[in-house]
Design a binder for this molecule. Structure first.
Ligand code: GLU
Length: 284
């Protein structure tokens, strides 16, 4: 039987909220029912948005909620450097980026966000369209002051999500050549999550359906990085604040921290996450 390994991978850009709790419930539940294990990974690749105090709070909240990781338990992060914290994995990301460069898949991109939006075809509004490939053939050197992109083939990727069913995605049409490092030197989520899922041997990814659209590009990038078989994916519904708004870390009334301070018990928080019942006023 294959070794079943999933991960809980929060970004310490704010306090843990009920959306994370729901994800943790699903992750630990699935791991237990498959006789598998859970790895904790701290996704602090974005140096501007992540803060150590959020990481500390997140570890405390996980302990309080009783989610115990099988790999990299919370104390391994409290002890200092940890190989499952992305800001401690810079050398690994550089090595893998170097591998892509060796395959002539990597190029420098000097476009600003504004230029990318403006260069999109008329009718494509906002930041939703693919990168148009402006710098693809300019041969810009891969220095620290340009962004780094991976040339994506225009392949379509098909996979069967365990909960959302069969999916077909064409990453080149969704996002264009994939940004792996921004102009300030931050590795991007798409790159580091793909590298880590590959190198940490994650067999099953369980996460919210806001990341379903990222899955095709992560499978494709994983192939380019030499991952022989992709992980299996299962995306679950999110807790919504309103029909169109998902929860965000700035939601104080859904932060585990604030609920704890307001006297909620662990069981109340878990129930609220599982039922999507998240307004404090609904607890009587
Ligand atoms: N770090 C991401 C987040 O906090 C999760 C990424 C993933 O599960 O792939 O939303």
């Amino acid at each position: 039987m294959r070794k079943w390994l999933t991960r809980f991978a929060p970004a310490p850009t704010g306090y843990l909220h009920l959306g994370h709790v729901l994800n943790a419930v699903r992750v630990w539940e699935e791991a237990r029912s498959h006789g598998g294990r859970v790895l904790l990974r701290i996704e602090d690749h974005d140096r501007e948005r992540c803060r150590p105090e959020y990481e500390t709070a997140l570890l405390d909240d996980l302990d309080w909620l009783g989610f115990v990781p099988d790999l990299y338990p919370t104390n391994t992060f409290r002890d200092g450097r940890c190989e499952s914290r992305q800001s401690d994995r810079g050398d690994i990301y550089s090595t893998l980026a170097e591998r892509l460069r060796g395959q002539e898949l990597l190029y420098g991109c000097a476009c600003s966000r504004k230029e990318i939006v403006e260069s999109r075809s008329p009718g494509v509004l906002g930041s939703g369209g693919p990168y148009p490939g402006t710098c693809r053939d300019l041969g810009l050197p891969l220095t620290n002051d340009v962004a780094w992109r991976v040339r994506l083939p225009s392949t379509s990727v098909t996979f069967v999500d365990r909960w959302c069913g069969p999916q077909t995605q064409v990453p080149a049409e969704q996002c264009g050549d994939l940004l792996i490092r921004d102009r300030r030197g931050n590795w991007t989520y798409q790159f580091v999550a793909t590298v880590d899922d590959h190198l940490q041997g994650i067999t099953d990814v369980i996460r919210g359906e806001d990341l379903l659209a990222s899955t095709g590009r992560q499978i494709l990038l994983g192939q380019l990085l030499g991952r022989p078989t992709p992980a299996t994916f299962a995306h679950h519904a999110l807790i919504m604040k309103s029909p169109t708004q998902k929860l965000s870390k700035s939601d104080h009334d859904t932060g585990v921290r604030d609920l704890r301070a307001a006297g909620w018990t662990r069981e109340q928080v878990l129930t609220a996450a599982e039922t999507g019942r998240h307004r404090q006023s609904s607890m009587t």
